[in-house]
Design a protein around this ligand. Sequence first.
Ligand SMILES: [Mn+2]
Length: 461
Amino acid sequence: MFEAKVYIERRKRLRERVREGVVLWLGHALQPRTYPANTYRFRQHSHFLYFVGHNEPDLAALSWMDRERDILFAAPVTMDDIVWSGPLPSPAERAARAGITETLPPAELPKLVADLKARGVPIHYLAPFQADAKLRLAALLGVAPDDLAAGESLPLKRAVVDLRLHKTGEEVAEIEEALGITRQMYLRAMAMTRPGAREAEIAGAMQGIALARDRAQCFQPIVTVRGQILHNESYDGVLQPGQMLLVDAGAESPNGYASDITRTFPVDGRFTPRQRDLYDLCLAMQTHAIERARPGVTNLELHLGAARTLAQGLVDLRLMKGDPAAAVEAGAHALFFPHGLGHMLGLDVHDMEDLGDIVGYGEGVRRSEQFGLGFLRMSRTLEPGFVFTVEPGIYFNPPLIDQWRGEGRHKEFIDYDRVEAYRDFGGIRIEDDVLITADGKRVLGPPIPKTAADVEAATGQ
Ligand SMILES: [Mn+2]
């Protein structure tokens, strides 16, 4: 955990924004795998982690917004707990680490919530997304689980988004620490990449680097020669000469912050000329976007700029034709780049995605319904303290090509005969994590091989 003053300060800034009522924080419970006591590795609810800390199950807290009062609900430690789990901090010790002075046993929470409700005190909460949390919160509030989303507190949601979007120095340091481990994971993966290697052994080695440092990975990594499948989560492939391996992975920091990197490297240790052309184009998309990133620029502009870089490059390679800007406006580039340029990053790899588009778009701003642009998770005007990913990609997805070609979709912009020759190409994505500073931006973490030459030099070594 951070020092207690960090959590005290975060709750103080929350009070300045919400001002009235009480916030109810429900921490996560352990999630069962094959029977109740066989559980997945625990990860605390990110909003709870931000305001109360403690990566431990079965905690709850109440925070009054009109005065400086917080209560941590934690079960007293029993001898059974000590026998099975070893010495544990008392509720009061746990509370003190979060800068909280009052504690109560969990059985007191329903009584307190009922009393607040009876007195008409607003109870702010954010809609839970785990099934058991929905049931627990619904029971506490006396509402149906399906009605929880409608009762979510907009003032709380606005305040949490405002606070968590703007990273402090200690948060950026956490993300960079995680990126240091992520770099080790990538150097190992690149070194292991050669014809005959298996995706699973590379995925296992990367996980081993995180585990050997007692760290989790912040999401299920992608390690695949089928890079055109955006969230390919199987590891059953064997690396063949001429293929590229796409790896999208990240380690988690000690306090739960995410990192999110993607690199694509040639199985043989050398890109073919065709791969090299598209690799350099993908890198140009990323480089231009990062160069333009600064306060006041929207991420939508960066995304569309990357799309225009792509369209121009594909026109040069004669895979597309016509005016690149018009092609992007029509959405024709999305055959090759069907996702957004990036997303917010923080305690969640898609930071606060549980709160919806208020995070990446702002209140009342609607996503485009155009194919491709509709998958842009973040469109907002960039502000100092934002941390987000810049992850352009270029893909050749045969079922998508067949559908578009069959419909004659955007045939004025796409040379389908030339595209056919790339059916087995796979996909390329390059991703880094970027901090917006007062006057510009900084790419976070130690450099991980990225230029074609550096990637080739690190692969198969
Ligand atoms: Mn990402």
